[in-house]
Design a protein around this ligand. Structure first.
Ligand code: SF4
Length: 284
């Protein structure tokens, strides 16, 4: 069945500021769905709080705008209950790296088969421009009138150390590249995380021109199975690399859950199983 981008749009029109990088993410994600020919009703999108957290409202998919910092564990629950769906979590740097930061390592450890779009504009835009965990050292904001006095978090190398099985970076000003990486992340079997740099035009920490000047694709000979090389290139600031830094295979949470359910399969019987079924029934 041939689909059009319109099929993925909900009746809710985006209310981001004109020029916001989130539009680029939305365009890339729509194109990725189209290219992969995923039906809107086969997609579940869970978002956190913040400007980018509004993303789920604008797609004609199953969507849940969750609580602050909880997009990833909520998406994990959706995938555990409905492994047939393509499940995405979407959120910003404040949502995902501050209050929600502790969830990423566990989603990676469990290797739940979801794709996490971490849209990093290095600022809390929705609440009018306070410093986030990735705001540049010395940058002046309303909560740091004399300049941020802590170094920013370097998130991508941490995702690799957490053993996420797919770690990539792109930006919302490189929509074609971002589309390809989103497709690769969605097709990846396991926890895929995309660090997506995106300019906030209203409380800018960096702009589209800076991204175009500093971002550069990983070298063609980059071995995405080489974890140490991925970490070293993940730390690079000149240039800031884009592409798939690390990718490996491991059993997913959903596969392991399926294995745990096998002893309770309907065709099996026995006193112990009957007792367990009774306990589960009593709690149901
Ligand atoms: Fe986008 Fe910044 Fe406006 Fe939020 S405040 S919608 S991040 S430009």
């Amino acid at each position: 069945m041939s689909r059009a981008s319109q099929d993925y749009k909900s009746a809710v029109k985006p209310i981001w500021c004109p020029g916001c990088g989130n539009y680029g993410a939305m365009k890339a994600l729509t194109q990725a769905f189209l290219d992969l020919d995923i039906a809107p009703e086969s997609i579940a999108m869970v978002s956190g709080i913040g400007c980018s957290g509004r993303m789920s409202h604008f797609f004609n998919t199953y969507s849940l705008h969750g609580t602050h910092g909880r997009a990833v564990p909520t998406a994990l629950g959706v995938k555990a209950a409905r492994p047939d769906l393509t499940v995405l979590a979407v959120g910003g740097d404040g949502d995902g790296l501050s209050i929600g930061g502790g969830h990423i390592s566990h989603a990676a450890r469990k290797n739940t088969n979801i794709t996490y779009l971490l849209l990093d504009n290095r600022i809390y835009g929705l609440t009018k421009g306070q410093a986030s965990p990735t705001t540049d050292f010395g940058h002046k904001t309303k909560t740091s009138p004399f300049g941020v006095d802590e170094p920013p978090m370097d998130a991508l190398p941490a995702f690799i150390v957490y053993d996420a099985t797919f770690v990539a970076r792109s930006s919302t000003v490189h929509v074609a590249e971002l589309t390809e990486l989103l497709k690769a992340g969605i097709l990846h079997k396991g926890f895929s995380i995309l660090h997506i740099l995106t300019p906030c035009v209203t409380y800018p920490v960096f702009d589209a021109r800076t991204l175009k000047a500093t971002l550069q694709p990983l070298p063609e000979d980059h071995d995405r199975k080489d974890k140490m090389a991925a970490i070293v290139r993940g730390y690079s600031t000149n240039p800031v690399f884009t592409g798939i830094f690390f990718q490996t295979e491991k059993p997913t949470l959903e596969e392991r859950l399926e294995g745990q359910a096998q002893p309770f399969a309907p065709e099996r019987s026995g006193d112990e199983l009957d007792m367990l079924r009774k306990v589960l029934y009593d709690f149901a």
